[in-house]
Write a protein that binds this ligand. Structure first.
Ligand code: DX5
Ligand code: ZN
Length: 229
């Protein structure tokens, strides 16, 4: 995985057909997804429950791009090795998930993955200021985590601050929640390079009409890139 700051679209399979993950992943990748975003929820850190390491391991052979695993769980540390074994390329933990995010990020890198840190909408950019040298990706939540299809919360100021903090380090800024062609330009202009989109990518399409996924991915990408030109 080489580092670049161009716009990347990461469809969240939280909005896919849960009975058909393999084909859904193949369809979004064939239609231009740059990364595949996998939302792991524990019914405890967030009020919803999705999938654990065995399911993530089953997704792995279908993902040819980058498997970006977003943990909305607490505790994190006991499960890091299981997600490494499941084949995550990037493993992101929430800074709110426990008191020892520094140790968690070290452990994620130690297990051979890229380490991400996510911030809830109520958490300031400064919460990750001292973690920058241990981090490969900062995920800025633009909804309260737990569900797809929620309304975008403007975190543009936080993104700009993070962009300054990152400086020339090879750290991605990812936006997660409510990203669509209307909101993508705001976050791209502020300095984000990875845009997670669940409902905006999967809406209206299916594995039998995958070109709709392609149209949706292109619409988000074009809107984001228009803010950079
Ligand atoms: C929210 C998840 C998101 C979500 C995004 O808890 O982390 O990845 O699936 O979905 P949309 O794009 O529909 O807001
Ligand atoms: Zn997510």
């Amino acid at each position: 995985m080489s580092f670049d700051r161009t716009i990347k679209i990461a469809p969240s399979i939280l909005s896919a057909d849960f009975a058909n993950f393999g084909q859904e992943i193949q369809a979004i990748e064939a239609q231009g997804a740059d990364w595949v975003h996998v939302d792991v929820m524990d019914g405890h850190f967030v009020p919803n429950l999705t999938f654990g390491p065995p399911a993530v391991k089953a997704f792995r052979p279908h993902v040819k791009t980058v498997m970006d695993v977003h943990l909305m769980i607490t505790p994190v540390d006991p499960y890091i090795q299981a997600y490494a074994d499941a084949g995550a390329d990037i493993l992101t933990a929430h800074v709110e998930a426990g008191p020892h995010t520094h140790r968690t990020l070290q452990a994620i890198r130690g297990a051979g993955m890229k380490a991400g840190v996510a911030l809830n909408p109520g958490t300031p950019a400064e919460a990750v200021e001292h973690l920058m040298d241990l981090t490969d990706l900062v995920c800025v939540m633009t909804v309260n985590p737990g569900f797809g299809g929620q309304k975008f919360i403007d975190m543009t100021g936080k993104v700009k601050k993070l962009r300054q903090m990152i400086g020339d380090r090879p750290v991605h800024i990812e936006i997660d929640g409510g990203v669509d062609p209307k909101t993508a330009p705001l976050v791209a202009a502020a300095g984000a390079d990875v845009l997670v989109a669940g409902s905006a990518v999967f809406k209206g399409g299916s594995v039998s009409t995958p070109q709709i996924y392609g149209d949706n991915i292109r619409a988000v990408r074009a809107a984001a890139e228009s803010a950079l030109s």
